[in-house]
Ligand binder design. Structure first.
Ligand code: COD
Ligand code: ATP
Length: 197
């Protein structure tokens, strides 16, 4: 199966776009979702994260231990070294899950969505990459509205991602995600192209 990476900075519209591909039956691997599951359920990862960030990285809710995402975010998005260490714990586990997922597919192509695809070297396992773009100010506004977070919190995440310009130089396909109807037409065209290429 061909693996098409799909990336873009925070709030660019990756989830919105992959859901359009999903409606055409394209199999999806969402790295963010897998990372969330691993952080919550993989005991080896949990132990390492507690060693890195302290026991406050997890809280018990109704007797069940869960990651304290707000606490973890406040630590790592303001300290590049800590984020690097957290990535070193989580990313190899995500990669293992990705390998299992690819082996189980029999579609012509599937999509691997990751906000930090290039930053984490994930593009090396993709045949081509689709970059979703939107102006920085638009992305900040979208995420503030979606997640009810502050501009400072969004920018802290952005500071740990490559600029669009740097990603533009590498991506095979670029989708400026502004008008949603235009985005749908692009996805329809690209799906057809990838199925018949
Ligand atoms: C630090 C955590 C707990 C914060 O959780 P929170 O619910 O606040 O944010 P969420 O996971 O929904 O991420 C929101 C956005 O932040 C950005 N982001 C997330 N992780 C990273 C990262 N390691 N580097 C840069 N940006 C990131 C992405 O644009 C992402 O879509 C979480 O982001 C995390 O575990 N990150 C490390 C794992 C990772 O690298 N995930 C990305 C794909 S593998
Ligand atoms: N073309 C668009 N026009 C208006 N709003 C949009 C458009 N595309 C996406 N949005 C909205 O912007 C917000 C961010 O989009 P989405 O969640 O798809 O981004 P993302 O790139 O997956 O973000 P993240 O990196 O945080 O996971 C969502 O609330 C979504 O509904």
């Amino acid at each position: 199966m061909r693996v098409i990476g799909i990336t873009g900075g925070i709030g660019s519209g990756k989830t919105t776009v992959v859901n359009m591909f999903k409606s055409y039956g394209v199999p999806l691997f969402i790295a963010d979702d897998e990372a969330k599951l691993i952080l919550a359920k993989d005991q080896a990862v949990i132990n390492k994260v507690k060693l890195l960030l302290g026991v406050d990285a997890y809280v018990k809710i109704d007797g069940i231990e869960q990651p304290n995402r707000k606490f973890i975010a406040s630590k790592v998005f303001n300290d590049k070294e800590l984020l690097k260490e957290l990535n070193k714990i989580i990313h190899p586990a995500v990669r293992l899950k990705f390998n299992d997922w690819v082996a189980a597919q029999d579609a012509v192509y599937g999509m691997y969505e990751a906000a930090i695809l290039y930053e984490s070297g994930g593009d090396s396992i993709c045949d081509s990459v689709v970059l979703i773009t939107a102006p920085r100010s638009v992305r900040v506004q979208r995420v503030m509205a979606r997640d009810k977070v502050t501009e400072v919190e969004v920018i802290a995440r952005m500071e740990n991602q490559w600029t669009e310009l740097k990603k533009l130089n590498k991506a095979e396909f670029v989708l400026p995600n502004k008008d949603i109807e235009q985005t749908k037409r692009f996805v329809c065209y690209l799906n057809d192209f990838l199925l018949n290429d």
